[in-house]
Design a protein around this ligand. Structure first.
Ligand code: NAD
Ligand code: DAU
Length: 350
């Protein structure tokens, strides 16, 4: 019997991690701590909400009193920390909320774990889920490895880099048993439509312009979210304390090529004439400080822990589109209200 705290479990990646752990480990008690910000949505977890090994705790990781009390109410054996502000564009307009949650919130969790596990660290594990963006931006060639020097360039990636440093500091200074993973861009079901792929699916479906930043030449390495959740499972259970593991799909796409692929799939699924959705593409003002290219070398994870992605991108993208078309109510719910105001501000710069 293990009790595991998962933070940010109502978000995109967190909900897939919660679902995987709840179904795969009926003997574990999984506690999902989430503040339910605009990005957190309990609808993502409808299918596991009543599982006997699952509990939801609404709370903010920056609330030190609440977090300390949580660590007293439960005897956690492990923490899988995903709660974060995660959208680069929002970090450009509101950097402080990223510093609060990603840096301060992570430090509060680390400290609570250190205090709770004092004198009994054996068998415990604090797993910090991070991003490849901490490594900065690549040119046309090369890959990020675990040895690549940190070079964060947006308020989001600077806050994630800072949180990674705090995790390592708690390992070196206090002996906290930690692992870190740095993953590339995820895609899949339950992805909030402020991010490129779900935003484009939503706009194509509703016949709205598809905003492509700059010339669409920036490159991202896309990984199916379920494969990230599988990697987190493997690293949580078999990773080595103090180590970092890069996770990626070896699947690089320029944004414009990706959008054309998506348009092709959407035309087919919506019975539109080929070329119809691509007419919605609009090149808009570039993101400030837009990183050119991310690409992950995940050899260490593959060789040492035996993880490989399970799905080819084309298949994953088809599945993703199918999910959004079958869950239009989910999309309609998350794009009503505050989303409208966010969208108007973000895309009225041109
Ligand atoms: P998300 O924005 O979809 O979800 C974040 C979740 O954290 C939400 O449920 C939100 O309510 C919760 N949260 C935010 N602030 C909180 C706070 N102060 N206290 C408690 N809960 C809070 O994010 P995501 O895309 O699922 O990313 C999850 C993690 O994975 C993040 O740490 C992110 O940096 C990392 N990551 C994401 C990607 C990606 O492609 N999305 C890739 C690599 C790493
Ligand atoms: O690399 C991992 C990171 O991937 C995660 O750490 C972040 O949490 C996650 O949001 C993601 O960051 P990106 O900035 O790469 O993702 P986003 O979907 O916002 O953008 C993908 C690319 O598409 C990027 O080059 C910017 C571009 N873009 C994005 C939006 C929202 C557009 O061209 N138009 C858009 O409207």
């Amino acid at each position: 019997m293990k009790t595991i705290l998962i933070t940010g479990g109502a978000g995109f990646i967190g909900s897939h991690v919660v679902r995987l752990f709840v179904s795969k480990y009926p003997e574990y008690q999984l506690v999902n701590l989430d503040a339910l910000t605009y990005a957190g949505n309990l609808e993502n977890l409808n299918d596991v909400a009543d599982a006997p090994n699952y509990r939801f705790e609404k709370g903010d990781i920056t609330d030190e009193v609440f977090v300390n009390d949580l660590f007293k109410r439960y005897t956690f054996d492990g923490v899988i920390h995903l709660a974060a502000e995660s959208h680069v564009d929002r970090s450009i307009t509101d950097p402080f909320s990223f510093i609060r949650t990603n840096v301060f919130g992570t430090a509060i969790l680390l400290h609570a774990a250190k205090e709770a596990w004092k004198g009994a660290m054996e068998g415990k594990r604090f797993y910090h889920v991070s991003t490849d963006e901490v490594y900065g931006s690549l040119g046309a060639t090369g890959f990020f490895t675990e040895e690549t020097a940190y070079d964060p360039r947006s308020p989001y990636s600077a806050s994630k880099a800072s949180s990674d440093h705090f995790v390592r500091a708690y390992h070196h200074t206090y002996g906290l048993p930690v692992v870190i993973s740095n993953c590339s861009n995820n895609y899949g079901a339950n992805h909030f439509p402020e991010k490129l792929i779900p935003l484009a699916i939503h706009n194509i479906r509703t016949n709205k312009p598809i905003p492509v930043y700059g010339k669409g030449e920036n490159v991202r390495d896309w990984l199916w979210v379920n494969d990230h959740a599988r990697a987190i499972d493997v690293i949580f259970h078999t990773g080595v304390n103090g180590e970092t593991y890069n996770i990626g799909g070896h699947n690089e796409w320029t944004n414009i090529a990706l959008i054309h692929k998506l348009c092709e799939i959407m035309d087919r699924k919506l019975n539109r004439e080929p070329g119809t959705s691509a007419q919605l593409i609009r090149f808009v003002t570039d993101r400030a400080g837009h990183d050119l290219r991310y690409a992950i070398d995940s050899t260490k994870l593959q060789n040492e822990l035996g993880w490989v992605p399970s799905l080819q991108f084309e298949e994953g993208l088809e599945k993703t589109v199918d999910w959004y078309l079958a869950n239009q109510e989910w999309l309609d719910n998350v794009t009503s209200g505050a989303y409208q105001e966010y969208y108007r501000k973000q895309y009225s710069r041109d």
